[in-house]
Structure formats: structure tokens, C-alpha cells
Design a protein around this ligand. Structure first.
Ligand SMILES: Cc1cc2nc3c(=O)[nH]c(=O)nc-3n(C[C@H](O)[C@H](O)[C@H](O)COP(=O)(O)OP(=O)(O)OC[C@H]3O[C@@H](n4cnc5c(N)ncnc54)[C@H](O)[C@@H]3O)c2cc1C
Length: 203
């Protein structure tokens, strides 16, 4: 194993620098970690929640030696993490995984739930490369839609298309539905997606 791979695999403990509420069930955490701060969109880190578990999380953003990720409280580890505060210590390993290929031309990104996190990271990189960027973001209901304020300025021509299953915000449909109309109107060089498996399979 190379020295670099050994470094990636070694747990680094670091304090939580900031916690931000994205929705009633999703929080975004900022940590200092020089290795994860070099991650590319699509990569993930392994987060050690001391005494509880180690879980994979997609990287949401990097910069100034810091890394951000968003976490939805669903089970033991994620609920425990949601109770932690600024200054509490966590362990990180990574970054791991294959990053997205960054396409030029016309691109469409379709995110569902916390699957939107790696796509927001990607969209920030593509905004300076792609000719045209469209984003569809879907959730069950309005207060589960995340990152809307950040997505809109990245889209060309029109704002991000939001969908909710209960119709409480944006279009009342699944995130997959607006795709047909968009694809009829224009050709995309690349469509990126991340979210629930059923959504990804359909796209
Ligand atoms: C590459 C990758 C990237 C990811 N990125 C993100 C991300 O950016 N953000 C994010 O929030 N998540 C992400 N995840 C998912 C995240 O890793 C999981 O949500 C996390 O591991 C759940 O851990 P937990 O201990 O909180 O939940 P667990 O306790 O493992 O529970 C997970 C789910 O299983 C159910 N469950 C638990 N125990 C049982 C049981 N005994 N019987 C039946 N059901 C049960 C729970 O109700 C819950 O719905 C990612 C996963 C992968 C693989």
C-alpha cells in the first residue's frame, strides 16, 4: 500500500467547526481536514462518530482546508450525529471513490434528497465549464427540499426545477417527470443523477 493510500485510510480526529440546519431532518457539517478538502465532486468520506459507528457520506463542498457534508437523520449513527455540536470531535477517513467526469456543453443534473449534495458540489465546478446547466431537485414535501438558494444562481436561463410529491412547492410530481419535456426541447451532452435507487434507475 502506498504512503498516500495509508494516509487516506488513517482516521484523523477533528472538531466540528459549524452545523447548519438545511431542513427538519438534514444538517450540514463543516470540518477541517486537509485531505478531504482536496476531494473532487462524486467522492465520499468515511465519518467516525466516536463510540457509535463509521458511515459513508458524500462530500458537499471543499475549500480553505475544510470539507462539508450533509446528513439526514435516519438511524443510530446519523441521529447521534445530529445531537453533536460545534467543537465536538469526529473522525474522518478519505476521500474515497471515483469522482464524476466533468462534462462541457449542455448538462442536466437531477438530485433526490441528500443525493443532491454531490450534485451541488459538481454543479459549482460545472458552472464555469458548461455552456448550459439545468438542475431538477426533488423531495417528498417543501421542507425537505434542500440547497434551493444555492442551486438557482448556478442554473443558466431558468432557475432550478423543484418537484414535490405532495405539491407543496414547485411541480407536483417525481423528479424524473420534468426530464422528458426538457429532453424533447434540447439535447444534453450529459445527465448526472444521484438519489434514491428507483429514481436513478428510471433516469
Ligand atoms: C457512498 C455513500 C454516500 C452517502 N452519502 C450520504 C450523504 O451525503 N448524506 C446522508 O445523509 N447519507 C448518505 N449516505 C447514507 C448514509 O451512509 C446512511 O444514511 C447511514 O449509513 C445510516 O447510518 P445510521 O446508523 O444512522 O442508520 P442505520 O441504523 O444503519 O439505519 C439505516 C436505515 O435502516 C433502518 N434500520 C435500521 N435498523 C433496522 C432494522 N433492525 N430493521 C429494519 N430497518 C432498520 C433505519 O430505520 C434507517 O432507515 C451515503 C451512503 C453511501 C453508501
Amino acid at each position: 500500500m502506498s504512503a498516500y493510500v495509508t494516509k487516506l485510510n488513517t482516521v484523523r480526529t477533528t472538531p466540528i467547526l459549524n452545523v447548519k440546519d438545511e431542513s427538519p431532518t438534514v444538517k450540514t457539517y463543516t470540518l477541517h481536514d486537509n485531505l478531504c478538502a482536496k476531494a473532487k465532486p462524486g467522492q465520499f468520506l468515511m465519518l467516525w462518530i466516536p463510540g457509535i459507528d463509521e458511515i459513508p457520506l458524500s462530500i458537499l463542498n471543499t475549500g480553505n482546508g475544510q470539507v462539508q457534508f450533509s446528513v439526514k437523520a435516519v438511524g443510530d449513527a446519523t441521529r447521534h450525529l445530529h445531537k453533536m455540536r460545534t467543537g465536538d470531535r469526529l473522525g474522518v477517513r478519505g476521500p474515497f471513490g471515483t469522482n464524476f467526469t466533468e462534462s462541457r456543453g449542455r448538462v442536466l443534473l437531477v438530485g433526490g434528497g441528500t443525493g443532491t449534495a454531490p450534485l451541488l458540489f459538481l454543479a459549482k465546478r460545472l458552472a464555469v465549464k458548461a455552456d448550459r446547466l439545468s438542475f431538477i431537485v426533488g423531495a417528498k414535501t417543501k421542507n425537505e427540499l434542500i440547497y434551493l438558494d444555492q442551486l438557482d444562481p448556478l442554473c443558466t436561463d431558468e432557475s432550478a426545477i423543484s418537484t414535490t410529491e405532495d405539491g407543496s412547492y414547485g411541480l407536483q410530481c417525481l423528479a424524473t417527470e420534468p426530464i422528458d419535456k426538457l429532453v424533447d426541447r434540447q439535447k444534453f451532452n450529459m445527465i448526472y443523477t444521484c438519489g434514491p435507487e428507483r429514481m436513478v434507475r428510471k433516469i
